[in-house]
Write a protein that binds this ligand. Structure first.
Ligand code: ARG
Ligand code: GLU
Length: 709
């Protein structure tokens, strides 16, 4: 018995390699449970300084930027710092061939010059509370998962309307943690007048482009600045000239002291999604099927975009943001697959599941892992169909646009109405960044892939009819793009409420609609039912893993998977070895920018100004002890997508950097964290200050900040 215990512990501990390494994304309201560990590792503040509902705390200086990035307040006048790639959509929307802010950068030299951004919001977390009891009120054992989902929805809605009743920009969500073993309420105050203050040229802010993306050593000046505006009472208000800069409860002091290997670092932000506790079958699907197919499809799509973009400056601007989005996940998935394999994740999880099943036999968790495995097998064809559908059919731009326009028609007894204002807005945004030849080639490539990989039993009749009628994907494309009214901006912009029939008979609309109908009839319901079963099984498995580790004395600190809620991740500055014979040191400097500089290569062609500064070593007060300007550093903090723009904080609670990426070899950390290899990449705050001061000549912004020492 004793021997068996040792084997279990060894194997299981291997599956959960973290023990007490820097893995983990912790809930700020429960940070008192971690604070002594943080302090042991160097942190000098208290739990109440991180999160408090009684006094201003660091949480009041951190925002959810849009719905997928993080930002932080760095002045008493609402100045906000985030990544260049987080503000990219806004910078791009304000850009044209005449005012190319992507290429040249943008700096508001006065408050009047700051640019408003429709649709952009930032959310401050007011508070978070465990509301499991309220959300599960009325739950009875034996309820089906469907009934439980409905109950949770009903109770959540009631709670949300109660806590947001006073208005003033309050917004709330209820989120499941640990697969619904726990529920938390998150109450936010959301501001919607957020103006662009500054961004360096892409040759700095996106330096290294997609070549360097997800890589170390890195030299990207990935930052942009915004300002939050409020009404006279400091409350959220829609854009108005009368609004005034928001006065934050708390903003970060900026440390110019610099960083060194071993220093404590703490990331405060909104990580989007991780799946640290999934079953080996889930990992196997990602590794063998999901990721490889998605990678292949995106390689094709990127090839088409890149070719057109390299031929025309107009198209380069039009597709820059779209291209970056496609390329980003494409590259990450490649690192993820490699990392999952290198960690031998599937086999290690299988070992763990075997031990777990043996332990669980006859008890509360008997059959749980076997059940999950069965559900995954049933789910796989539907999951594959979903992945293929979203990476092929859903990528055809003209078809998406046709559907959005069709949705602006409303029919009732009195006739058809059409929201002309909204239509104009949509059409302007769409055609500004649309290049039909790209879309048509993408259609052809993606439909050929769909044709080749979607199992026949799954393909809708519509698809087969079209293939029969036109004989080839190319001819189908000629027909669709040759006759759709949406291929012609003037025709699309001239639509009126009389034209609903025309729209419903348009080939681009029909294409999208037929596949949508197919997906919602033949794929989605099965996937949804199985995912619900999976959710239920995972709820048990999650609890089971906790009990198993506790009773078997496996040292494992559990944290809930990321779900775009505020988290704390702490670690320290540290290099790593990506492969045998290579060791990477943890920081980079301007010297490395000069080594990469190459006017012939778009991604590495820096502004002349930076070359001149370097030649004269005109660094002002921003050089480090080696005499160079620091640019980026890496650390062991556990982060994921959504943590972009997160403040990197030192032991004293001051801002030392801006998180923007992870190293490629460590991107499997969404599934399995390897403390040897997983590193987050941050921009050194001194490089931000250097660029603002020396390249942008915008030191009025630095004057707003509080620099220490
Ligand atoms: N890899 C970083 C992140 O996941 C930066 C992305 C910037 N986009 C790009 N394609 N370079 O978001
Ligand atoms: N660049 C990512 C973001 O947008 C952060 C990188 C990561 O996935 O860790 O959030």
């Amino acid at each position: 018995m004793k021997r068996m215990l040792i084997t279990i512990t060894a194997l299981a501990a291997m599956a959960f390699q973290n023990a007490r390494a820097d893995e983990g994304m912790w809930l700020p309201s429960l940070i008192s449970q971690r604070i002594s560990d943080m302090q042991e590792k160097g942190f000098r503040l208290e739990a109440e300084d991180i999160y408090s509902i009684n006094q201003a705390s660091l949480k009041d200086a951190v925002v959810l930027f849009g719905r997928g990035c993080t930002g932080e307040l760095i002045s008493p006048e609402g100045l906000l710092l985030t990544n260049h790639h987080c503000g990219y959509g806004q910078i791009q929307k304000h850009s044209s061939v005449e005012h190319d802010y992507l290429k040249d950068g943008f700096w508001a030299m006065s408050r009047e010059e700051e640019l408003p951004n429709k649709g952009l919001t930032v959310s401050f977390l007011e508070r978070m509370d465990d509301v499991t009891g309220i959300i599960l009120k009325g739950y009875e054992t034996g309820m089906s998962e469907k009934e439980r989902v409905e109950l949770v929805k009903k109770n959540s809605e009631a709670l949300i309307s109660e806590v947001t009743a006073s208005g003033k920009g309050l917004r709330a969500t209820v989120e499941a943690l640990y697969y619904g073993n726990q529920y938390f309420l998150f109450l936010y105050r959301e501001y919607s007048d957020v103006r662009l203050v500054g961004a360096p040229p892409s040759s700095i802010g996106k330096f290294g482009g997609d070549t360097d993306n997800w890589m170390w050593p890195r030299h990207t000046g990935d930052f942009s600045m915004f300002r939050i505006y409020a009404d006279k009472d400091n409350n959220p208000a829609p854009y108005s000239e009368d609004n005034v800069p928001y006065k934050p409860k708390k903003y970060f002091r900026i440390s110019t002291e610099g960083v060194a290997e071993g220093d404590f670092t703490f990331i405060y932000g909104f990580p989007g999604r991780t799946q640290e506790y999934i079953h080996s079958e889930g990992v196997r699907y990602i590794e063998e099927t999901g990721d490889p197919h998605k990678i292949r499809l995106r390689t094709l799509r990127l090839g088409i975009m890149n070719r057109y973009q390299s031929e025309s400056q107009k198209v380069r601007i039009q597709y820059s943001s779209k291209n970056a989005n496609v390329a980003n996940a494409w590259k990450k998935w490649q690192g993820e697959v490699k990392g999952i394999r290198k960690m031998n994740t599937v086999a290690r999880k299988q070992e763990f599941e075997k031990e777990f099943a043996r332990w669980a036999a006859g008890g509360e968790f008997d059959g749980v892992v076997e059940n999950i495995e069965r559900i995954y097998r049933e789910l796989e064809p539907y999951q594959f169909a979903t992945d293929l559908y979203s990476e092929t059919i859903r990528t055809v731009e003209i078809a998406n646009f046709a559907m959005s326009m069709a949705r602006l028609f409303k029919e009732d007894e009195s006739g058809t109405t059409f929201d002309k204002t909204k239509a104009e807005e949509l059409a302007n945004a769409f055609y500004k960044d649309y290049h039909l030849p790209i879309d048509k080639e993408v259609f052809t490539a993606m439909m050929s892939e769909y044709e080749a990989h979607m199992p026949c039993a799954f393909k809708p009749a519509y698809h087969n009819e079209m293939m029969q009628k036109y004989g080839s994907v190319e001819a189908w494309a000629d027909y669709l793009f040759g006759t759709s009214l949406f291929a012609d901006e003037a025709r699309a912009c001239g639509l009126t409420s009389e034209d609903f029939t025309k729209v419903k008979n348009d080939p681009a609309f029909i294409y999208f609609n037929e596949f949508l109908k197919w997906y919602h009839a033949d794929v989605q319901p099965h996937a949804a039912r199985l995912n619900q079963e999976l959710q239920l099984a995972y709820r048990d498995y999650m609890r089971g893993q906790m009990v198993f580790c506790r009773t078997q004395r496996i040292p494992k600190d559990f944290y809930p998977d990321a779900n775009l809620t505020l988290r704390v991740a702490y670690g320290h500055i540290k290099g790593y070895s990506p492969a045998d014979g290579i060791y990477y040191t943890p920081s980079s400097t301007i010297k490395g920018i000069m080594e990469k500089d190459n006017p012939e290569i778009f991604d590495y062609n820096i502004p002349q100004r930076l070359r001149d500064i370097y030649a004269e070593k005109d660094y002002g007060r921003w050089a480090d002890s080696s005499g160079e300007v620091p640019v980026c550093f890496i650390a062991t903090n556990h982060t994921t997508g959504g943590n972009s723009g997160s403040p990197v904080i030192n032991a004293a609670g001051d801002l030392i950097g801006l998180n923007f990426d992870r190293v490629w070899e460590g991107t499997m950390s969404d599934i399995v964290f390897d403390p040897e290899i997983c590193r987050n990449i941050s921009l050194d705050i001194r490089y931000v200050l250097f660029i603002i001061d020396k390249v942008a000549d915008a030191d009025h912004l630095i004057e707003e900040m509080t620099l220490v020492p």
